[in-house]
Design a protein around this ligand. Structure first.
Ligand code: GLY
Length: 410
């Protein structure tokens, strides 16, 4: 379905009205964007995949632990988890089957930054980005140099490609290895949506063959459709975390295995200081998960922190960055529905917000931000646009097993 510019504007208005209404509900992240509180308490915010690691990090922070160390405690959880295929060990690999990780961090109290991109064979790249701060005069190391630096710092080399991720990659090679990232991207004037022609009718057969091949590869039946979804719509899972202590010190970090099946050497937003993460001790901290290429173009995390410096609330600051992404596509919903972005925003006074371009990936899985400020919880983000995103790349007539219930696709 195509959406006209006028349609977009009314959608955007409806979305902001919806956001305003949701803001009155207790379960919504937007209620925490009110004026600065006088008293400070420690608080950690992160992408929802950090939820399980918040208790440990919060008690560390409360007992006087450093804010960056606390944030890294959170993101290290998914980095170490072989079943989280968006980060660290077990991350989905590049198109050659090699896992390449990106991370960056900023330490507010000492106003320093570290970053690593395209790192192979080292699991805890958030810690490596911190080592860049502590043991070099540089800010960013990439590729082989970053790996060698990590080894010199005592990080073990290990194979990051788990059997589970290897099988998903093999499935991708079999069915999609010529379709993905080499063509003109969504932002290109040359980008063409595939026609809903005879090719699309082959989907049922294609899906059947993918399931068959997944079974041959030994992918468990209960994970098969999820694995196929990852093949058809390569994800960009990531984790960001920002932490603030009682003294008002603030830090942030972001880590990822990046876009699945990417070209070797592709770095998304996560290792880019100012895009995937930005912290300013005078103002606050912000980080991102989602479409890395889109976020780099609006320098999302830096934009948000600067917006707060100029007086915007965390929610307003995040929404403004999202609007810049919409502006980069002139509000073209046909393209915007194929991308998504979530920002995690923490102001120096403890006010926070989670904002996203769309409500979620499906009506049943809204985007969430996880918070610990003495009480651990997850809250829905406030979305700029109403509805759910459709993952990239676009295909006509997606079978119902793979499709999402986007109202824009009805
Ligand atoms: N946001 C993660 C990536 O695009 O790599």
């Amino acid at each position: 379905m195509s959406i006209t510019r006028r349609g977009f504007l009314s959608t955007a208005v409806a979305a902001s009205v919806a956001a305003g209404l949701e803001g009155q509900e207790n379960t919504d992240a937007s209620r925490h964007v009110e004026p600065m509180r006088a008293a400070r308490r420690p608080i950690i915010i992160c992408a929802n995949n950090g939820y399980n690691y918040l208790d440990d990090a919060f008690s560390f922070l409360k007992n006087g632990g450093d804010t960056l160390d606390a944030a890294i405690r959170v993101v290290k959880g998914p980095e170490d988890d072989p079943n989280d295929d968006s980060v660290g060990l077990g991350g989905l690999p590049n198109e050659e089957g090699v896992v390449e990780l990106d991370a960056c961090c900023m330490h507010g109290p000492t106003r320093r930054a570290g970053s690593v991109g395209g790192v192979r064979n080292i699991k805890n790249v958030a810690l490596v980005s911190k080592a860049v701060i502590e043991h070099t005069g540089h800010v960013m190391l990439v590729g082989e140099g970053a790996e060698r630096f990590a080894v010199a710092m005592g990080f073990p080399r290990e194979n990051l490609l788990t059997e589970r991720s290897r099988k998903i990659w093999l499935l991708w090679k079999q069915f999609h290895s010529t379709d993905d990232w080499w063509g003109p991207g969504l932002a290109s004037p040359q980008f063409q949506f595939p026609d809903a022609g005879p090719r699309s009718e082959l989907w049922e057969e294609r899906l059947r063959r993918m399931e068959e091949h997944a079974a041959k590869l030994g992918i468990e039946p209960e994970f098969r459709m999820a694995a196929i979804r990852r093949v058809v719509f390569p994800p960009t899972g990531t984790i960001h975390c920002s932490a603030l202590n009682e003294k008002g010190e603030i830090s942030g970090c972001t880590t990822t295995s990046g876009l699945a099946f990417k070209l070797p050497g592709r770095c998304g937003d996560s290792p880019v200081i100012g895009a995937g993460c930005y912290t300013d001790q005078d103002v606050g901290s912000a980080g991102a998960t989602g479409s890395g290429e889109e976020n780099i173009k609006v320098a999302g995390a830096h934009t948000i922190v600067e917006n707060m410096r100029r007086g915007m609330s965390p929610q307003e600051a995040g929404m403004d960055a999202l609007k810049r992404i919409v502006r980069n596509y002139n509000g073209d919903m046909n393209k915007l529905r194929f991308m998504d972005m979530t920002y995690y925003v923490l102001r120096k006074d403890g006010a926070y917000a989670g904002v996203s371009l769309w409500d979620g990936y499906s009506p049943t899985s809204p985007h969430k931000i996880a918070i610990h400020d003495g009480t651990k919880r997850s809250e829905k983000t406030v979305a700029l646009l109403k509805g759910v995103s459709q993952e990239f790349p676009p295909f006509p007539n997606i079978p119902k097993e793979l499709s999402q219930d986007s109202e824009y696709l009805k």
